[in-house]
Design a protein around this ligand. Structure first.
Ligand code: ADP
Ligand code: MG
Length: 244
């Protein structure tokens, strides 16, 4: 089976500093890959390089067999790679429903999207996203009034609304309560029934809840890869990461 996303011998250099050194990564259909590693390991840089936000010095990124190395973030998103950043980037003054509407693939600006007649198909897609992100009850609340966790789910919903086939999430549980964190795990598992998901995370309880395959990054390189058990019993991983 071909990988949905394939990263080959990727190097990213920031003014002489090697942030990623020869990273390889494969992500398959309907799979959750969790990336862990200490602060500064290069986790966010890896996602940035995949979506064209960090310049790739050498190496390759393939998405559905097509090379996307160093394409613009806009192009990569349009091809179907969805990326959620660390900080929510939502329209606080609008309802949850309108936020998802605005993010729908094929929307053209705030006014056009909100004033245009909603087709049944569009409505259906919005409700599907709201259901997946557990936001049905909040559909017509202003995003402003939501909890921090719910805002993060709105943003996950906005990524889903763009109809990606792979979803990249950078620390989706940051700042969440324990309950919100658990619910986020369930949301991610539900997304993985129809998408591939890559999650950067450092909460090990959460990692255990969602993880199928874990990749450990350390100082810009892949240190280990495997199941939760394999990674947790890896001596090098214990030394640099879990044993802190
Ligand atoms: P992580 O997400 O694993 O905590 P990052 O990918 O954010 O780590 O950062 C990896 C390293 O690259 C860090 O040392 C960071 O300071 C550096 N870095 C990240 N982005 C930039 C940038 N735009 N310019 C210079 N250095 C950067
Ligand atoms: Mg980071």
């Amino acid at each position: 089976m071909d990988a949905v996303l394939s990263v080959k011998d990727l190097n990213v250099v920031f003014s002489g500093f090697k942030a990623l050194k020869g990273v390889n990564l494969e992500v398959y259909d309907n799979e959750i890959v969790t990336i862990i590693g200490p602060n500064g390991a290069g986790k966010s840089t890896l996602l940035d390089a995949i979506v064209g936000k960090s310049p790739v010095a050498s190496g390759h990124v393939f998405y559905q067999g097509k090379e996307i190395t160093n394409r613009s973030p806009h192009q990569v998103a349009r091809m179907g790679v969805g990326r959620k950043f660390q900080n929510p980037n939502v329209y606080n003054q609008l309802t949850v429903f309108d936020n998802i509407l605005l993010a729908l693939k094929g929307s053209h600006g705030i006014l056009a999207s909100i004033t245009a007649k909603l087709t049944k198909a569009k409505k259906g897609r919005i409700y599907d996203v709201l259901e997946r992100t557990t936001l049905l009850d909040q559909a017509f609340e202003q995003v402003d009034s939501l909890s921090h966790g719910q805002k993060q789910w709105v943003e996950i919903g906005m990524v889903l609304a763009q109809d990606p086939s792979i979803v990249l999430l950078d620390e989706p549980t940051a700042g969440m309560t324990a309950k919100e964190t658990r619910m986020t795990g369930e949301i991610i598992k539900s997304i993985a029934q129809t998408h591939s998901v890559v999650v950067i995370e450092h909460d090990m309880e959460f990692v255990k809840q969602i993880a199928e395959r874990i990749v450990v990054l350390h100082q810009g390189s892949v240190l280990a890869e495997g199941s939760v058990e394999e990674v947790q019993s890896n001596r090098e991983v214990i030394e640099v990461y879990l044993g802190r």
